[in-house]
Ligand binder design. Sequence first.
Ligand code: 5GP
Length: 194
Amino acid sequence: MSDTPIRRSRLVVLAGPTAVGKGTVAAEVRRTHPEVWISVSATTRAPRPGEENGVHYWFVSDEEFDRMVAEDDLLEWAVVHKAARYGTPRQPVDLALASGHPAMLEIDLQGARQVRETMPDALFVFLAPPSWEELERRLVGRGTETEEERARRLATAEVEMAAETEFDVTIVNHEVHDAAEQLVALMEQTPTDL
Ligand code: 5GP
C-alpha cells in the first residue's frame, strides 16, 4: 500500500455571460464525466419542472439562505438577474478538493469575482459565445420582450463580455460536447499541490 497523501485538487470556476450556455455545458460534464464533482448551489428561486432538490439545486427559503449567509456557510453568493439569491455551500467544496476529485463550480460573474478573492489559486474559465451575434440571438430569443427589455439585456451582455480579461482561460461554446471536453481536459491538466 502506498502512503502517498491524496493530492488536493484545484478548483475550476466556470462563468460567462448570461445565455452563453454554462448550465448546459455543466450538465454535459455531469453526464459524460461522473468522476468530476460539480457543486450543487443553494437558491431561493422556485424549482422548475423536472428539477430535483439536492441534484440541480438546494431549494431553500429566504430565511434558510439568511442563516447560511450569517453562519458563513457559503463560499460566495449573489443576487442573480435581480430575482433570486444563489450561493455555493462551502463545506462540500472543501471536502471534494481535499479528496483530490476534479471539482467545479458553475456560477455567475459576481460569484466568480468573490471566489477569486478567497481562492486565487482556482482556475477561472470564461465560457464565451461563438460570436456576439450568436449571444444576441440566444439572449433575445423569441423576440417577445419589449424594446426596452431587449436593450437592457444587450447592455448587460456587453458588460459581461468585457469580464473575459479577468479570467485565466476562455473556452468558446461552439458546441456543447466539445466545450465540456475542453473543460474536463483543463481539469486534468491542472492538479497542484496547494
Ligand atoms: P438558473 O436560475 O437559470 O438556474 O441560473 C441563473 C444563473 O445563476 C446562472 O447564470 C448561474 O450561473 C447562476 N448561479 C447558479 N448557481 C450559482 C451560485 O451558487 N452562485 C452564483 N453566484 N451564481 C449561481
